[in-house]
Design a protein around this ligand. Structure first.
Ligand code: AMP
Length: 114
């Protein structure tokens, strides 16, 4: 999508610190980190999480989870643990309408739920 900031990152039109890439997924450091390690995992294809997640798109979620495991290993936080967050829609404060999962870690994180 032409106006989407994450599509521009995927296409290399906006610089970012990419930490992982495969055929379907790219991951880069969040520009406004909320933890020592704060990475955004993004499908290369533009998907709006509010309207476009369906059974045809389901594989993208497993792609993201597999990428998260690999990234956590590369960032050396897999052993201590990390958190994955997906903001969906305005009540959750979603700013960018391109599906993404935040991977946070590298320090003790305050508990949110549970
Ligand atoms: P969300 O609120 O879940 O939509 O999160 C969007 C995230 O994208 C925020 O944490 C922003 O800091 C981050 N962000 C926005 N623009 C960029 C960018 N150019 N490079 C890296 N992260 C970005």
């Amino acid at each position: 999508m032409a106006s989407c900031i994450f599509c521009k990152i995927v296409q290399g039109q906006i610089p970012s610190e990419i930490v992982y890439e495969d055929d379907n997924v790219i991951a880069f450091r969040d520009v406004n980190p909320q933890a020592k390690v704060h990475i955004l995992i993004v499908p290369k294809k533009h998907i709006n999480p509010m309207t476009e997640i369906n059974e045809k798109q389901a594989k993208v979620m497993s792609d993201i989870f597999l990428a998260a495991k690999e990234i956590a290993g590369r960032q050396k936080i897999g052993g201590r643990g990390f958190r994955m967050i997906m903001n969906v829609g305005s009540d959750a404060g979603q700013e960018v309408e391109h599906l993404h999962v935040h991977l946070l870690g590298g320090e003790k994180l305050g508990k949110l739920v549970g």
